[in-house]
Design a protein around this ligand. Structure first.
Ligand SMILES: Nc1ncnc2c1ncn2[C@@H]1O[C@H](COP(=O)(O)OP(=O)(O)OP(=O)(O)O)[C@@H](O)[C@H]1O
Ligand SMILES: [Mg+2]
Length: 314
């Protein structure tokens, strides 16, 4: 709706994980490096965790465009499956033909992996939302990772999920799986400067000539409300551009950000959690120092009185 008004040729703040809009913050760069290294060096098990909306799925899509070798990928994005469904899905993704049972699947799959290895193809299994995996399926996945040659893994497994995945992997029953994880990366949200760059990068990729659609103060507010979480940034910026268009504001200022964040019920991070604690911490510190001053003053007066009384008694 607002594309022509802001001179854009596509929507800058969609919420699909499109690598065409990729902005590599330091953390995204590092996460991608872990993934690329893990896959190209056949490291076996790689785990990526991160809070909701930080860009994990986007990294996976980006990885798939970057692997230099031929890859055979199975991408499981909804892992709340039964065992049978899981094997069915893998058989489909790797084109193994009809497999009636697990034994048949394993025979065909081992054969497929050996052939792929001979052809120097990289077989990758990616499980997104892996925090939703049942312990049973995690165990099945671990067993798949046992398929290997004496010097190399035949399959690369990437588990991607929210921080609950990490908690799940701490379970004593999953110790054997945890031990097999060769690379682990936790994706944090972006910093303030990176958030500004992220917004501008998306505008550029959407064809913007004017990169000051958001004023400097507005960018500061975007960071305060989203704390650098890309999906939140996209939702907030998209709403602001729509409202800006409706209200005929070519430049989006901090007031408009506040208004839209309120409508979207996104809380100002300054008014919650950390910073509040910081404030109350500081005021506690101030009242404590007053008490110390009073105590020192009382002790000094008492000391002076004692000395004075001793002298007058002499
Ligand atoms: N590095 C990035 N560059 C550009 N856009 C990004 C980046 N990271 C995330 N995004 C955008 O943020 C949104 C959320 O990203 P994504 O779906 O990858 O997050 P997620 O961590 O997988 O979220 P969830 O925990 O809900 O699965 C998407 O619109 C995506 O395009
Ligand atoms: Mg995701």
């Amino acid at each position: 709706m607002y594309l022509a008004y802001y001179n854009l040729n596509k929507h800058p703040f969609t919420i699909s994980p499109d690598p065409g809009f990729l902005y590599l913050s330091e953390a995204h760069r590092e996460g991608l490096a872990h993934l690329t290294y893990g896959v190209t060096h056949r490291k076996g098990f790689v785990v990526i965790t991160g809070e909701v909306g930080t860009g994990k799925t986007t990294l996976i899509h980006t990885l798939l465009t970057k692997i230099p070798q031929e890859v055979r990928v199975a991408f499981v994005s909804n892992p709340t499956l039964s065992r049978e469904d899981f094997f069915y899905l893998l058989a489909e993704a790797y084109q193994l033909g009809a497999v009636e049972n697990k034994a048949k699947f394993l025979v065909r799959f081992s054969h497929f992996l050996e052939k792929a290895y001979e052809r120097d193809e990289n077989v990758v299994l990616i499980v997104d939302e892996a925090h939703c995996l049942s312990e049973d399926l995690l165990e099945e996945i671990r067993l798949l990772s046992n398929l290997e040659t004496p010097n190399s893994k035949l399959i690369n497994i990437i588990l991607v999920g929210q921080p609950e995945l990490d908690a799940k992997l701490q379970s004593p029953d999953l110790r054997p799986l945890k031990q097999r994880i060769t690379l682990y990366y936790h994706l944090p949200s972006m910093g303030r400067e990176e958030t500004f760059q992220y917004v501008k990068n998306r505008l550029v990729r959407a064809g913007a000539m004017d990169l000051d659609i958001f004023s400097d103060k507005a960018l500061g507010k975007i960071y305060e409300y989203t704390k650098g979480v890309p999906r939140l940034i996209n939702i907030l910026c998209d709403r602001c551009m729509l409202t800006g268009f409706v209200k005929n504001c070519r430049t989006i200022d901090d007031k408009l950000i506040e208004e839209c964040a309120g409508e979207l019920n996104i809380k100002d991070q300054k008014d919650t959690g950390g910073n509040n604690n910081e404030k109350s911490g500081r005021s506690e510190g101030r009242s404590c120092s007053w008490i110390y001053v009073v105590i020192i003053f009382v002790l000094a007066v008492a000391g002076f009185l004692i000395v004075w009384l001793e002298r007058t008694a002499e």
